[in-house]
Design a protein. Structure first.
Lengths: 356, 579
């Protein structure tokens, strides 16, 4: 977990806000282990003391000249990006994403905008729909014994699962994993905004027979942040591996990525903490966020706005992509969105990591 | 055989499972993958008398049968070469054989008199396990076989998967020779030597010893050399590389020696083993296993006679040896009354052998599904305690799990000889899902409007489809099974999208109502309506993605005391458990 999750150091930025909650329990992607990835907060007391006594012992060897290197770094330049610690870049990605994000309530719905254009609107599901959905949640409990390992290891960002599908390594794909993490972090922030406004009770707070197998997270049910993150990462990775153009089996890999995004989302329903409609809403936001990330990276891709008025439907990737109307999802007008230097820099690094 | 001889066709039986599994719009895309490939060699069972025409036909091959000539045999396992070019295509292959004389036989389809059925297709046999014509020599049965050093007193036989026939637990007291007299790997690739079995590979004791010697103490090497581990070959695969197999468990218990076992078997106990194809349990319909299972039994009886003959003085009649067969296999659904084709066939074999050797025993599983909730029964009490003014209804829930990548099956069996006039079965989908078609079927519709398909004189069949969003997700059928007992079958496609199909069954609680109209016959005191589910899990890790469904007791409308049906009788024959 920690090997890849460590990159989630970017998530450390998540310190911004209670996004820690996205990670769930601290031990999984929590902040502690990652805060200041590339940038340790301090040395151990004994090392600190040792450094001081060494400095005192050696300083006389430096002579008496004043500091000689005062040449500036380039001003406002992405050439500096590689110098910054991962958590610093993470902070920049998040800021560049959020700088265009706004949201407002409208007629029992949330409207989320990017660069002043409609990104997505989500209608608040009514109480009857939640009650109906509890039947599906109870059905999914049949899979708990099978999915326990997945559910408990996916409580944080399930980057390892995406890495498995694409053969990503820490040696070769540092920036690809950084892009995945950045996407997850911005997705999580967006999810929290919608969860807070729509304020939907969790299934176990509606139906006493749900009995979840993990602790119910302390934020709203709709949309599901796991689905937001998974479908955002899916959207970004589909573009990444397509641009790489080096995987001979591109189609099946994309099919598996879609399957994984579905599985990560559905696992939360299996666990008993999400309704299937939460995955519909989450996947819709996720795709929207993924497109924003790609546009921020400078890619020219479809940016239709989305509207969801959830229906009592089960969730899976096939229905989501092929029959969106089954879940109450519809497309609207395309919007404009600005590129950002930080994301463009990252994208160029990612493309250089092409997996052959 | 000369091609100038008149040809005749043996027809395939098409029951509800065949219709479901071989129809593109129904369950075919989700069926056992081998059924969907172009297959040349087909396993099958033949019901009825085998005429000399059939027996001599080069198109057909029979496993070692026992007794070799038996005109009273009801069901005969065989295999044939499929000559039709258009397979697959959701059609049953017709077998073309030559007739030596143009007499009317049970096979003659041009006859106006309909036959119940001629043969029943089973799973295909892989081309690599089909013995070449010039290598197939039935008389080679004991070629290379070595007479055991001690006279054989008892034969223990095992039919299973993953048979560890190279294991030291099956060596004799000296540790030098195997106690396994014969071992047939039904699905192994053929070897280059002569073969007395028509498909797969047979090992006799001396061959096993030779292989053990060349593999030294390396078990993994032994199985590779023997073709019993074959990674690229799904029918064999790497089952024997596992820490344990079902076959190792069973064969160890009934015939193993060594420190693990408290009771040691004498070397006078010889072993015959048959390994079924790994994939025989792939299809959750239970379809297509009969030939391999019945062949295994015939083979064991046949080779047991051969062992006994070797111990008999020349010119003397063969004295059969006591035989115990361990056969840990079966179906969950089905008649469970001793009158399925398999039950009848096995019972006949046992009775025939008991005539020459009463010490003949078959050990079978008696229901190891524990609390899997795969069986329910209704009595007349259930109808009468739940009455309303229009009709009597009994209901049961069927919970279909999510993420099931195989079809699921529920069978309803009425009592034998029961007249189902006025009985209908209605199926309701889980809450929130609406079936487009009227999902109900009169078990025996009197009207011709009910799409009656009368295939033969005795097995009447009726079908209706279940659809959602314009696509078939299920089949509801009824038929008079073997001419004497009505069965209703409900088949549903997987509950998750798979096999590139844009349709699936909704997971959740399905409801089955059995509705009885006024004036319809009532159940007698000892009569029951049985509900059985087919097993739908993955016992040998075939990666088919099945998940077990289960029955659910629905809340009853009136507060009545449950009454457990009890039937008190002696086990008298080969009968599925549960009755």
């Amino acid at each position: 977990m920690s090997a890849l999750g460590g990159v989630g150091g970017v998530g450390g930025v998540g310190g911004v806000g209670g996004v820690g909650g996205v990670g769930g329990v601290g031990a999984f992607t929590g902040i502690g282990a990652f805060l200041g990835a590339d940038d340790p907060a301090g040395y151990s007391p004994i090392t600190t003391l040792g450094l001081q006594t060494t400095a005192e012992g050696l300083r006389h060897l430096s002579g008496l000249q004043l500091s000689s290197n005062s040449q500036h770094l380039p001003f406002n330049s992405c050439d500096n990006m590689a110098r910054w610690g991962k958590w610093v870049r993470g902070s920049l990605y998040l800021s560049d994403y959020l700088s265009g994000l706004s949201w407002e309530p409208a007629d029992n719905a949330i409207i989320i905008k990017i660069d002043n254009n409609l990104l997505i609107s989500l209608k608040r599901p009514n109480e009857t729909l939640l009650t109906e959905q509890c039947t599906l949640v109870r059905n999914y409990a049949d899979l708990r014994a099978d999915r326990t390992a997945e559910i408990t290891s996916q409580m944080g960002f399930p980057t390892e699962y995406f890495a498995m599908l694409l053969g990503l390594t820490l040696g070769q794909h540092k920036k690809t994993i950084e892009l995945i993490t950045a996407t997850q972090v911005v997705a999580a922030h967006t999810a929290m905004i919608a969860k807070h406004m729509l304020a939907i009770r969790r299934p176990d707070q509606v139906d006493g027979a749900i009995l979840p197998m993990i602790m119910t997270p302390s934020h709203g049910s709709f949309p599901a942040a796991h689905a937001v993150e998974a479908y955002a990462v899916l959207t970004v990775l589909e573009s990444v591996i397509t641009q790489w153009g080096t995987l001979a089996d591109l189609e099946p890999r994309i099919a598996m990525l879609r399957g994984l995004a579905e599985r990560i989302s559905v696992n939360r329903t299996v666990a008993g903490v999400h309704y299937p409609i939460d995955s519909w809403a989450g996947a819709a936001i996720g795709v929207a966020v993924g497109r924003v990330v790609l546009r921020r990276c400078g890619l020219c891709i479809d940016t239709s706005s989305l509207t969801l008025e959830a229906k009592n439907a089960d969730f899976n990737s096939t229905d989501f992509f092929k029959f969106p109307e089954r879940g109450g999802l519809s497309k609207g007008a395309a919007y404009r969105i600005d590129e950002k230097d930080s994301f463009k820099w990252l994208w160029n690094q990612v493309i250089a990591e092409k997996q052959a | 055989m000369s091609i100038t001889q008149p040809m005749t066709s043996i027809r395939a039986y098409t029951g509800p499972y065949e219709r479901w599994l071989f129809t593109q719009e129904l369950g075919y895309p989700f069926a056992f993958p081998a059924l969907r490939e172009k297959y040349q060699y087909v396993a099958a069972i033949y019901k009825g008398e085998i005429s000399p025409d059939i027996e001599r036909s080069a198109a057909l091959r029979f496993p070692p049968l026992w007794p070799s000539a038996d005109s009273s045999r009801t069901v005969t396992p065989f295999a044939f070469i499929n000559t039709a070019d258009d397979l697959p295509g959701h059609k049953m292959p017709a077998i073309k054989i030559a007739q030596s004389s143009p007499h009317k036989t049970a096979l003659d389809c041009s006859s106006a008199a309909p036959q119940r059925f001629d043969y029943r297709v089973n799973v295909p046999i892989h081309a690599d396990s089909w013995v070449a014509e010039d290598k197939y020599e039935v008389e080679a049965a004991l070629c290379g076989w070595k007479k055991p050093s001690i006279a054989t007193k008892v034969i223990v036989a095992v039919i299973d998967d993953g048979i560890p026939f190279g294991h030291r637990a099956f060596l004799d007291a000296q540790g030098g020779s195997t106690r396994i007299s014969h071992c047939w790997l039904q699905a192994a690739r053929v070897s280059q030597k002569k073969s007395a079995v028509p498909f797969g590979r047979e090992y006799v004791n001396a061959e096993i010893d030779t292989l053990r010697a060349s593999a030294a103490d390396d078990d993994a090497l032994f199985y590779r050399l023997a073709g019993a581990v074959d990674m690229d070959f799904a029918e064999i695969g790497s089952t024997l590389c596992r820490r344990m197999t079902h076959g190792a468990h069973v064969m160890g218990m009934c015939a193993g020696n060594g420190a693990t076992f408290t009771e040691q078997l004498d070397d006078s106990v010889q072993i015959i083993a048959v390994q079924l194809p790994n994939t025989v349990a792939w299809d959750t319909s239970g379809f297509g296993k009969e030939m391999h299972m019945l062949s295994a039994l015939h083979y064991i009886f046949n080779r047991a006679t051969a062992i006994a003959a070797e111990a008999t003085k020349q010119g003397q009649p063969v004295e059969e040896l006591p035989l115990i067969i361990n056969f840990s296999y079966g179906w969950n659904a089905g008649r469970h009354d001793g009158e399925s084709d398999m039950e009848i066939a096995i019972q006949q074999l046992l009775e025939a052998r008991a005539k020459c050797q009463p010490k003949t025993a078959l050990v079978m599983p008696s229901g190891n599904t524990f609390d899997h909730k795969m069986h329910a029964q209704f009595t007349e009490f259930d109808f009468s305690s739940n009455c309303n003014s229009v009709s009597d209804t009994v209901s049961i829930g069927w919970q279909l799990p999510p993420d099931d990548r195989t079809s699921s099956y529920l069978e309803v069996w009425l009592p034998k000889h029961f007249d189902p006039a006025g009985y209908l079965v209605r199926v309701s989908s889980p809450a929130g899902q609406t079936l487009q078609s009227q999902a109900e079927l009169y078990i025996n519709p009197v009207s011709e409007d009910h799409a009656v398909k009368q295939q033969a004189s005795t097995d009447q069949q009726h079908f209706t489809e279940l659809t959602i969003a314009g696509k078939n997700i299920g089949q509801l059928s009824s038929e008079r099974h073997n001419g004497n007992r009505w069965r209703v079958l409900l088949a549903l496609i997987p509950s998750t999208y798979c096999a590139a199909e844009e349709r699936r069954s909704p997971a959740g609680l399905w409801k089955i109502d059995i509705i009885r109209e006024d004036g319809a016959a009532q159940l007698g005191d000892t009569e029951l309506i049985d509900i059985w589910l087919q097993r739908d899990d993955d016992p040998v890790s075939l990666k088919m993605g099945g998940r077990p469904s289960y029955l659910v007791n629905l809340p009853r409308s009136s507060a009545v005391a449950e009454r457990s049906p009890s039937i008190d009788r002696q086990l008298s024959g080969v009968t599925g458990y549960g009755r």
